[in-house]
Each structure stands twice: as C-alpha cells, then as structure tokens.
Design a protein around this ligand. Structure first.
Ligand code: ADP
Length: 268
C-alpha cells in the first residue's frame, strides 16, 4: 500500500484516495439509499480515483464507461453479435452492472448521444428499471446497483450541459483541485517523491492555475503534477520535468509555452 495520510476508509485493497470533504460519507449514504450520484469537476482532480476507491470500499464490481459523442444506448445496454454462424445477445456494461448489483460509472456523460437518456431515466428514478428493448427483457435493479455519472462543467459543455430533467435525479458532488496541503500529500503518495521536492511542484501548479483565465483553456490538474513528480523522482531536473509534464500537455502554442516556462523558472 502506498504511504498516505490515510482515512479510515483506506482499506489495504482499496485504491488510495484522500478525501477533500465529506464525499466518502455522502457517497456511502447515497449508495445505501439507492440514489444515483453526479460528480462534477475539472479533469484530473480525482473523480475516477474516488469511484474506484468507493467501489472497493463497498465491495461492488465497477463498470466504467468513457463517454464520447458516438456512444449510443446500445453501447451501454448491449447488442446482438454474430459468431459461429448464429446471433447471440451480449450485455453492455450498464446491463452487466445492473445484473451484478455493481456500480456503473459514466465518465463525461454529457458527451454521449441523446438516446442514452431513454435508458438512464427509468434507472435513475425510483423505478430503477432497465428495459432492454431488443430482447424484450426488463431488469429490476437490485438495491446494490448504483448509477454514477460525471461531467466537467468548465469544458466545452456550456451548450451541451446536462438537461435539468436528468440532473434533478442525482445527488451532486462537486470536486475541485485539492488545497495545497492535500495536494502535496496526494502527489507524494502517488509518485513516491519526498515532500520537500513535491512542495515546489504543487506551488507551481497553483501559479499556473491562476493563469488559467488568461492563456489556458484547462488548468493543470493534480494528475499532471503527479506526472511531473514521477519524472523528478526518476532523476529529471524539476524544470525539465515541469516542461514535459505540465507545460506541453497544456498548450500547443509556442508563445504561451514560453510564458509558462517563465513561471516555471521563477518557481523551481
Ligand atoms: P478525473 O477522473 O477527475 O479526471 P482522476 O481520478 O483520474 O481524475 O485523477 C487523476 C490522478 O490524480 C489520479 O490517478 C491520482 O493519481 C491523482 N488524484 C487526484 N485526486 C486524488 C485524491 N483525492 N486522492 C488520491 N489521488 C488523487
């Protein structure tokens, strides 16, 4: 197990997750009361890790689907496939999660095609039903089943947003970048780099985040700070690591990259 500022929920077999607030308790209660959950927040701030952690803590199988603009209801529910000269039905990840009483996590759900709402609605209200049109079957979700969706409100979703009729079915948890102390603990635990050398990288990420509104579409996430720390741990100079792990992934524009490197050189 990675060294960490552990909470009581950090079981040996659960992926490491450092809570930011009361999200662990809220999630437990949502699961217990059969309420679906909506996670919102920028990319790389721990949403996926949180779900992986909670699935392990609650001892439920986890089905994660990265949604994209071509993802349809049948990608979630299942389809008939052809093999050995015959057709057979193959459950999609949502159907499997319902059958097994697992957790289905739809990452960036607003990207998915609109026809997915038709299957998500009856599952996310108190009917908790999954009608499988193609086979004529209707599944009643067991109490352990949970639907979790996430989206990033800041990212190109101004127009897409989530329909109020959909979002009003969910308990919402807001995620953001952790405060400096927590981010240091996370980056140290994830990378194995000592706290002394993690500190300046976290400080740099915070300075770069302050530039977000001016030059950058996306703020540097905790994930990127972890990557920079891994490179420093492996012997790269901090500025070199910061360029590859923090600056280049954030911008293609050379002038912006140069401006960001000035911040890097001032901090590291
Ligand atoms: P998201 O799903 O929000 O895009 P992830 O859950 O994939 O982000 O987080 C990216 C990485 O950041 C994780 O792999 C982990 O290394 C680290 N991380 C971020 N927040 C936390 C946290 N609270 N506890 C543990 N690790 C975290």
């Amino acid at each position: 197990m990675k060294p960490s500022a552990v909470s009581a929920d950090n079981l040996p077999q659960a992926p490491y997750y450092l809570p930011q607030g009361r999200e662990v308790e809220l999630f437990r209660h949502a699961h217990h009361n059969q309420l679906p959950v909506l996670l919102k927040g920028p990319t790389g701030c721990g949403k996926t890790r949180f779900i992986e952690h909670m699935a392990a803590v609650l001892d439920r199988p986890l089905y994660t689907v990265a949604c994209h603009d071509d993802l349809s209801a049948s990608d979630l529910v299942g389809r008939h496939l052809i093999g050995d000269g015959a057709t057979y039905w193959s459950d999609g990840p949502l159907t499997r999660a319902v059958r097994e009483g697992g957790i289905c996590y739809l990452d960036e759900v607003v990207e998915a095609r609109k026809d997915t709402t038709v299957v998500l609605h009856p599952l996310s209200d108190d009917r908790r039903m999954l009608p499988i049109e193609r086979t004529g079957e209707t599944l009643q979700a067991p109490p352990e089943f949970m639907l979790v969706v996430s989206y990033n409100p800041g990212y190109q979703n101004l127009l897409k947003g989530m329909k109020t009729s959909t979002r009003q079915r969910f308990v919402g948890l807001r995620f953001d970048f952790p405060d400096p102390e927590r981010e240091r603990a996370i980056v140290a635990a994830e990378s194995g780099l000592d706290d002394e050398r993690v500190g300046p990288l976290v400080e740099l990420a915070r300075d770069l985040r302050n530039l977000k509104d001016h030059d950058l579409e996306e703020a540097p996430s905790t994930r990127l700070v972890v990557h920079a720390a891994v490179l420093v741990r492996d012997g790269f100079r901090p500025a070199e690591a910061a360029r590859s792990a923090l600056v280049e992934p954030l911008t293609d524009d050379e002038e912006t990259a140069m401006a960001l490197m000035e911040v890097v050189d001032a901090v590291l």
